[in-house]
Design a protein around this ligand. Structure first.
Ligand code: SF4
Ligand code: SF4
Ligand code: SF4
Ligand code: FES
Length: 959
């Protein structure tokens, strides 16, 4: 019997859903399948594999190879089973002598133009052509190889990750359809006709220069070795596979890590992955080489001063030294003089342990996480309005949306697999509104374009949201019945009266936002009346001085129009890092214990005190920016920073590095000597996601397993290092496996009560809340009532940011990500993804470039009130006049040298998205860049000298 959950079982054509069941007979056996199912799939469900080449169940059938012919009573000829839908009473024969002959003849033609190098071919043993040739019993090729053929066609090896070998192509078009249907890029086409037909990548001479975004869907779809991963060619066919989760973005794609011995051969997206359904992007599928990069540091190191060379020491020595420094500093400067930072790159279990260590072994609440600088306003804003600090939907929900509003997000670059799914929905006819200062790809992508692009000025999100709300209220577009039944009456009335004020009309706010009032009115009408309407937002909403206000404004819009609490609608924060949702869930904020419960709540504290055997401090501790301030004031002296590069990712770099320099003991745990580690006194080598067990929680609240596929290069997984540190500090921790940590989390966190590794394994993944009320998890939140009971409309008065343009700084800088690079770039810069993006660039409008005498590719200096840096210019119509844009993936670019200290009023999330700047043509790096280069060179030298310096210095450092 077929195992439907075996990802290697290909049923030939996609699943169909129908209330109507159809009965038919295949080779004398009866089966009942949903109407619309193909004969091929029905046969496969009976365990009968009809030979096929151009069909696969991830793509709609195409019917080109003719290999899948069958005989059907009452039908003439030999219909293709992949394109023939079942019908009631149909009688099908899949195996007859005549069919066997026909299939052999077709296969003979294919093989007569195919290199017979099976023994040395990279696909040997895993080639569908080879399998089908065996299946149909091909024994000879009568035509010989002397005539015209494609055997000498040139290989295209331009893509860093896969090769295209046209001599092996059978023109089945699976790659073309994968690029269109799954990825939505439409980069491939079949050129020519008949014998001249071949696959071509559009827009360039080869794959690398083409429009291809290297998602790999075509490689996965190819039934031959025509499109093949380079790693497979080099290493050979894998022997086993382990299901794990991507460690890049918040989509949380599930992968089969295919291994040969201890070597990773390739990452293949898992068909059963709840978030990705077998698709991936260039980062998750290909950019994993960083995990074994020579820059990895695999030995613990210590030093007394930043000017000293690093000394390699044992784990025991490093941990004992760190613990003794933490204790010394607390004795001298007080309990609150130290703190910790959890990582949104690490697992839930690891984030939980770090916050537990701070609250127990450090005895304070000085713990924060990198979510502070990205989605902390989401936590605050959604909690206030809806009662839960998380997105409301599954990604699949978008397939039922009629209108999609994307604000301050760039899904095709930053959340690519969701971006592909969204584009698919748009091609099916959903309408799109984009609110963004920049013309992101979604505004005009192949076969899908935005109905409206409101290209607002950076910093005016709240004004825009109020103007949209004004139209909904003043034009009578409210979902009054929903509001009456589901929301707090008084709060609603107050909000309605507020947004209805004339000062919130699009005619008033439009000029301020830089968007015509009519466009705002059209967007509001479409969102409120276009059917199921879903909002997706990103850091372009949160990273503002009014980030939390904007999140509340978004929730208000959803409640006002009844677009919440069912499939196809909702409020969906697109989370940046792989586990940013999880690190927040795990109690990483200084004011909250796991499950978003306030530290001041006596009952909650008592529960944790009993479980952890300590007395907890009732007041919130320091946030990351407060830690920096306190360090510069001299009251905060030591930091344990796990998997977070604050020296690169946090705003106003010079302020951050001054704070780090002011500390007496900085302990950094990371896989590389990152920018922060250059200011560290203890370096604990980290483990990549391939080297440990645990879980990540994605933007849909989906908890997925991370599984160890290789031993930790440094000997310890990150959670083991935290356990060792806690024990060295005298607080006992004795977990033997991360599953025991998850069991503790589940015991102490109501929304996780039914989560365990066994349950995750049973379901594949689980979306929290997962407890007695929802044992199988909760894909959609707020269905019958809001988590807080009644939804609460919040007032969202617009307060312009203090960061204003002036004659000295006349342009507004905003920032974002690019597809091939990831955040601070520590991982992707150490992969071949640099082939697409090897430096940050400053995008500026042609008119701004011309008035400054700047041409494409020129070096330009960017100065703000915080600092200066130098980048190359990219003249581009994507930004409006007066707005400039850059990515921030390379430390030497110093993008955060120019961002300011402004932050969200509620959460301190930095205002990365609005900085007033001036741009001028220059010929030298900035002063900061020169200092950065000197300091980095020095730190690299000290790292290099670590072995040489080890012996004489060692005794002195060990106290
Ligand atoms: S490259 Fe592969 S998938 Fe594409 S047409 Fe050729 S054989 Fe088929
Ligand atoms: S790698 Fe992705 S984008 Fe590139 S051609 Fe293949 S399917 Fe299209
Ligand atoms: S979309 Fe995100 S989670 Fe999925 S493969 Fe790409 S980076 Fe990984
Ligand atoms: S598999 Fe049906 S025509 Fe190719």
């Amino acid at each position: 019997m077929i195992n439907y959950f075996d990802p290697e079982t290909d049923l030939g054509t996609p699943e169909r859903h129908s209330d109507v069941q159809v009965n038919l007979d295949i080779d004398g056996r009866s089966i009942s399948v949903p109407a619309g199912t193909s004969v091929m799939r029905a046969a496969a469900m009976l365990g009968t594999n009809i030979p096929k080449l151009c069909a696969t169940d991830s793509l709609e059938a195409f019917g080109s190879c003719r290999m899948c012919m069958v005989e059907i009573d009452g039908m003439r000829g030999y219909p293709a089973s992949c394109t023939t839908p079942v019908s009631e009473g149909m009688v099908v024969r899949t195996q007859t002598p005549r069919l066997a002959d026909l299939r052999r003849n077709v296969m003979e033609l294919y093989i007569s133009d195919h290199p017979l190098d099976c023994l040395t071919c990279s696909a040997n043993g895993n080639c569908e052509l080879q399998t089908v040739a065996g299946q149909v019993g091909l024994r000879e090729v009568r035509y010989g190889y002397d005539g015209a053929n494609h055997l000498a066609e040139k290989k295209d090896v331009s893509n860093p990750y896969f090769d295209y070998e046209p001599s092996k192509c059978i023109v089945c078009s699976r790659c073309v359809r994968a690029c269109e249907d799954i990825q939505g890029t439409f980069a491939l086409t079949i050129t020519g006709r008949g014998f001249e037909s071949r696959v071509a990548a559009a827009g360039g001479d080869d794959f690398l220069s083409s429009e291809c975004v290297s998602c790999g869907a075509c490689v996965q779809a190819c039934p031959t070795a025509t499109l093949t991963e380079k790693s497979l060619v080099q290493i050979g066919q894998p022997e086993r596979a382990v299901i794990t989760t991507c460690a890049y973005c918040g989509v949380g794609c599930s992968f089969r890590a295919e291994m040969k011995g201890d070597q990773l051969v390739r990452m293949v997206p898992d068909k059963n992955g709840g978030a990705n359904h077998g698709h991936a992007c260039v980062k998750g599928r290909f950019a994993w080489g960083y995990a074994t990069h020579p820059d990895r540091i695999t030995k613990p190191m210590i030093r007394k001063r930043l000017e000293d060379p690093w000394q390699e020491v044992s784990w025991d020595e490093a941990v004992t030294y760190a613990a003794s420094e933490f204790r010394r500093i607390q004795l001298t400067h007080g309990r609150d003089s130290i703190g910790g930072i959890t990582s949104s790159r690490c697992t839930n279990e690891e984030a939980y342990l770090v916050q537990k260590l701070v609250r127990t072994a450090f005895g304070n609440n000085n713990v924060d996480t990198c979510a502070r600088v990205c989605h902390s306003p989401t936590g605050y804003g959604l909690k206030q309005t809806l009662g839960e600090s998380a997105g409301t939907q599954s990604f699949d929900s978008v397939m039922q949306a009629d209108v999609v509003l994307v604000i301050g997000a760039n899904p095709t670059d930053a959340h690519p697999v969701f971006g592909s799914q969204l584009k698919r929905r748009l091609r099916q006819g959903a309408r799109l509104i984009v609110i963004d200062p920049r013309r992101i790809d979604l505004v005009d992508s192949p076969h899908a374009r935005a109905d409206l692009h409101l290209q607002l000025r950076p910093g005016t999100n709240v004004a825009m949201l109020n103007a949209l709300a004004h139209v909904i209220v003043s034009e009578g577009l409210l979902a009054q019945r929903f509001i009456d039944a589901r929301c707090e009456t008084e709060d609603f009335a107050r909000w309605r009266d507020f947004v209805n004020l004339p000062e919130n009309a699009p005619e008033q706010l439009g000029p301020l936002c830089g968007v015509p009032a009519e466009q705002i009115r059209a967007a509001a009408r479409l969102y409120a009346t276009g059917g199921n309407a879903a909002i997706y937002y990103g850091l372009g909403v949160t990273e503002h001085s009014q980030g939390s206000t904007a999140v509340m404004g978004i929730a208000n819009l959803a409640m006002a129009t009844g677009n919440i609490g069912r499939e196809g609608v909702g409020v969906n924060p697109l989370r940046g890092q792989n586990n940013v949702q999880g690190s927040c869930d795990m109690g990483s904020f200084p004011h909250e214990l796991p499950g978003y419960r306030h530290i001041s709540n006596e009952g909650v504290r008592a529960e944790f005190e009993q479980a952890w055997g300590v007395t907890l401090q009732p007041d919130p501790g320091l946030r990351i920016p407060n830690m920096f301030e306190a360090a510069l004031d001299g009251s905060f002296k030591a930091l344990y920073c796990q998997g977070e590069d604050i020296a690169q990712s946090d705003p106003n770099t010079q302020h951050v590095t001054a704070a780090l320099r002011a500390m007496e003991c900085v302990v950094v745990q990371d896989i590389f000597l990152n920018e922060t580690a250059k200011f560290a006194h203890v370096f604990l080598p980290g483990s990549s996601f391939l080297e440990k067990d645990g879980t990540f929680t994605n933007a849909e609240r989906r908890i997925s397993r991370v599984r160890k596929v290789m031993q930790p290069l440094a000997g310890k997984a990150d959670w083991e290092a935290t356990v060792a540190l806690a024990n060295a500090l005298g607080y006992p921790m004795s977990y033997r496996h991360p599953s025991e940590i998850m069991d503790e989390i589940a015991r102490l966190t109501p929304s996780f009560h039914r989560v365990s590794y066994a349950e995750i394994d049973r379901h594949g993944s689980l979306q929290w809340p997962c407890n007695d009320a929802a044992p199988d998890g909760t894909p959609t939140l707020h269905i019958d009532q809001f988590v807080r009971g009644k939804g609460r409309f919040m007032l969202t008065g617009y307060v312009p940011t203090d960061e204003k343009v002036s004659s000295r700084y006349p342009l507004l800088l905003t920032t974002g990500r690019i597809l091939s690079q990831y955040n601070v770039g520590a991982q992707t810069r150490r992969t071949r993804n640099t082939a697409w993006h090897d430096a940050d660039r400053l995008e500026l409008h042609p008119s701004d470039a011309e008035s400054r005498g700047i041409r494409d590719g020129d070096w330009v200096g960017i100065g703000s009130r915080a600092g200066q840096t130098v980048l190359r210019a990219k003249v581009s119509g994507r930004v409006a006049p007066g707005v400039v844009y850059t990515t921030f993936h390379f430390p030497e670019s110093g993008a955060n040298v120019i961002t300011t200290d402004n932050s969200d009023w509620a959460t301190n999330c930095p205002e990365y998205k609005v900085t007033a700047v001036e741009v001028v043509k220059v010929f030298h790096p900035s002063e900061w860049q020169k200092r950065y280069q000197d300091f980095s060179d020095e730190q690299r030298r000290l790292l290099k000298e670590r072995r040489a310096a080890e012996k004489p210095e060692k005794a002195e450092v060990r106290r």
